[in-house]
Design a protein around this ligand. Sequence first.
Ligand code: IVH
Length: 657
Amino acid sequence: MIEARMDEIIKIINEANYNYYTLDNPTISDQEYDRYMQELQKLEEKYPHLKRVDSPTQRVGSEVIDEFKKVTHEIPMLSLSNVFNESEIIQFDERIKKVVATPKYVAELKIDGLSVSLKYEKGKLVRAATRGDGIIGEDITHNAKTIKSIPLTINKPLDIEVRGEIYMSKASFEKLNATGHNFANPRNAAAGSVRQLDSKIAATRNLDCFIYHLPDPEDYNIYTHFEALRFMKELGFVTNPNNKKINNIEELLKYIDDWTAKRHTLPYEIDGIVIKVNDLNDQQKLGFTARSPKWATAYKFPAEEVLTKVTDIIFTVGRTGQVTPSANLEPVRVMGSIISRATLHNEDYVVSKDIRVGDIVAIKKAGDVIPEVVKVIKERRTGHEQPFKMATHCPICHHELIKNNEEAAYYCPNDQCPAKKQEKLIHFTSRNAMNIEGFGDRIIEDFFNLGFLCNYDDFYTLNEHKEELMELEGFGEKSINNLLEEIEKSKNNSLERLLFGLSIRHVGAKTADILAKNFLNLDNLIVASFDDVSAIKDIGPIIAKSVTEYFQNDENLKLISRLKNHHVNMVYLKTVTTSITDFTDKTFVLTGTLEQFTREEAKAKIEALGGIVTSSVSKKTDVVIAGLEAGSKLTKAQKLGLTVWDESTFINTLSKY
Ligand code: IVH
């Protein structure tokens, strides 16, 4: 009897949620809704054994977790390429037309939140995960269950994954910041909320979710993206009501113009428009690059300009010793985030724009780019502004600065300057350099000040200080182990990462790659002459001089030999291919678990040999590589009579090259 009543209430609440969130058509009053929720909560307290796993009472947040579990995305969560203006949109359309004669699109609002993958088994929500690096994300199921626009149960008992964006409405954001929080923008607030261990906190944050992607449409006889959106809506997901089918470039440009003008009227923030090819067959034909689908792109709204006051001009020291002026600003909101600092690049920039402390300036910020001062509003000058003077000494070590005549920049030449050393260490760990995850600027600063880190090779002796590190506030065995593991992993990096990480002047990531590719190992580069280096295409005399000087310096050579003693790899590991291989222009799908490679590694190998990796199996797939526990994709491949390789066939084929 009681169980039946509980089921009945759950049905009413679920229906009310569906009508309210999915159909935007409320059918019961808030008071009625609350009454049902309270009745259900009371019954669950009294009869805990009858509480259903998909009970809507979980929305109030009852689960607390110890840590975020890692989740592997079977189909990688890709990001989107960007376009910034009309001509780039037209170019995108032209590129598509080379493959698909008359493409039709779906245009969508680009919701400014964080992407999420939701997995349902037999129609029940079993896992929600963040994107992470696209392959490995974090399990946020406990918090996702508190988001009312995410159904706990969908309208069919399916095993299905959908993807979308968790966001915070502008109103909820204002309310949250009014209670003493100071999130810079709704996106940060949403991200901070889903990263709470205690789901009660997320439950109070009033998050929302739009669903916009179905990774496995073939399983449901769906042939267009628009149908996928409708299908997901029917299942109970909230899709954005402004998604629109687009028949040609004119309609696309109009959609973009309309929303550029109207976007501030929306109750949530958007940072652009997403354009997707509608026909899934066409999508297959277009395929993917390593990072994003070729069948979609994101138009990003232009940077917004806002006025504010320069309260100070300060100087910071970078890893090369370059001393850069920055403006401290009266905090203002630009494109949803609070800005209080802008780069002023160098002396020439400040002088040419005549930027003074006290000036009212227009600043702009585009995407994640560092904000810039566009111009000074000279009409607003009062006469109290102070003309700019470039620093003559390093703000940190006070050494006199030097300037090369051919460059605008000033440098601190002191190799012992603590600011320079720290910035170099930070750079060494960064994504495109040695990619040692887990070292934020603060950790490096702390380890540096405590004497654990001074030069790059010190990373590789940190394990000798494990006990001491574990004693530090904010660190435990686990976090130190993670850091040490990351450091260990970095020993296997290909040469170009090390070269970039060493902070050799004028050697950016691209130059490092060119040098590594040409010299193949560090010893070859060390003995190379200026003429050897400058003979390489794309390497000019300034780089060649800087590189050869670096390797003539005794201290640098000693450092390299210490790194060598720690078994840091100094060989170029990428495969160089110009010839046709078994992979060239073929489409591969990876499924199941490979023992020798992560998905990302396998994908990189295939792409390095000219192959293309896509996520779903179709007639167009050339080879399916099936690891352990390969599921529906393998079955489908067999049904279609496709070539299937097991891991050893894959390895054997790779070994040919
Ligand atoms: S589609 C393969 N659609 O924008 C499909 N993304 O810059 C990939 N985003 O990571 C995503 N609104 O977090 C898609 N309507 C929309 C979106 C959207 C916001 C986010 C998403 C993605 C990022 C790419």
